[in-house]
Write a protein that binds this ligand. Structure first.
Ligand code: ASP
Length: 341
């Protein structure tokens, strides 16, 4: 028995899948059999315990329900373990990483999410390195303090702040990017931590946010978009917030029908947020005439947040607040390093 204990939470995803001989499709596999593909893990000499989702999910089926399940597993085991490694499909990994970063306030231990593009059972798998290094990062400490006390994605030699990432490639081993925030570490012969980019460890009590409201919609605009589509989105039954994915630094068409429709929706109680379609840079409402009007009618800018960070943060805020001013203040301030201040 060693001093370092890591809890491995297997949710599903390519990393643990095998080919179904009948259908030819990839399907999830048992966690204990997966571990057998990496006998080297035993040589790390950590106490590695495993928990598996039942049923396992392809990450396209992830939802707030599974994020709450993850948070509850971490909550229950928080004092027993030095760090947590989550095996997860890549497709929605950035959403899960973002959601957990907001749901686990005052996190003082590493939560490292990883997966792979090729299953562990395949000869050229990228899963072995991702998995082993994620475990090492989750176990890393300096002077008894966790080196990376935040929710991260480790993928193909790079450690990212989870809520800054997006999946940008469906077949490269290097599948993730974080354009608006630098790497937290890079692994080669050594794992080189970039300490100034990593959250400082805090001794505050872990505070959980488990009430999520997903009555939210996203509307991606494009040149030539029809009024009827905008109208349909704005009138989606039950939604409390709409995130508009705009052009460049937060710009949209200036046609009066568009601005008028948004104005009416806001006066009817809908909260509207502005996230850029660009993967780098920031929303700066008022910089151009094409965003000044949006600001004037009360649309709230998401600064340099990714769409997945904005959406999951809103779910958490909407789950807890009804006051528009409080929602706006909480949305526009950075909680987990998701906004560049
Ligand atoms: N469809 C898989 C998933 O996201 C893809 C992957 O794991 O990379 O679960």
């Amino acid at each position: 028995m060693t001093e370092t204990s890591i809890l491995l939470i297997y949710t599903g995803g390519t990393i643990g899948m095998v080919k179904d001989e009948e259908t030819g499709s990839l399907k999830p596999f048992n966690i204990n059999k997966i571990i057998n593909f990496i006998p080297e893990l035993a040589r790390l000499n950590y106490n590695l315990e495993k928990i598996s989702f039942d049923p396992l999910v392809d990450s396209s089926d992830m939802s707030p329900k599974q994020w709450i399940e993850l948070v509850e597993i971490i909550e229950k085991n928080y004092n027993e373990y030095d760090g947590f490694v989550i095996l997860h499909g890549t497709d929605t990994m950035s959403y899960t990483a973002s959601a957990l970063s907001f749901m686990l306030e005052n996190l003082g231990k590493p939560v490292i999410i990883t997966g792979s593009q090729l299953p562990l059972g395949m000869v050229r798998t990228d899963g072995r390195d991702n998995f082993i290094t994620a475990v090492e990062i989750a176990a890393a400490k300096e002077n008894g303090v966790p080196t990376v006390p935040e929710v991260c994605i480790f993928f193909e030699n790079r450690l990212y702040r989870g809520n800054r990432t997006y999946k940008y490639n469906a077949e490269n081993f290097n599948a993730f990017r974080s354009v608006n925030y630098p790497l937290l570490a890079e692994s080669g012969i050594y794992i080189r931590y970039k300490r100034k980019n990593i959250h400082k460890h805090n001794n505050e009590k872990l505070k959980l946010h488990k009430k999520l409201d997903s009555q939210i919609a996203i509307m991606k605009i494009f040149p030539g978009m029809q009024p009827s589509s905008v109208e349909a989105m704005l009138n989606t039954k039950g939604i409390r917030a709409l995130v508009i994915e705009t052009f460049g630094s937060g710009n949209a068409f200036t046609n009066s029908w568009f601005i008028d429709m948004l104005k009416v929706a806001i006066s009817n109680g809908l909260m509207i947020f502005n996230v850029s379609q660009c993967i780098g840079g920031s929303v700066e409402m008022g910089k151009y005439e094409t965003s000044r009007k949006l600001k004037q009618i009360g649309i709230i800018g998401a600064s340099d947040m990714t769409t997945s960070a904005a959406i999951t943060k809103l779910m958490v805020i909407m789950g807890e607040e009804t006051d528009r001013e409080i929602i706006k203040d909480r949305f526009t301030s950075s909680w987990a390093g998701e906004i560049t201040e």
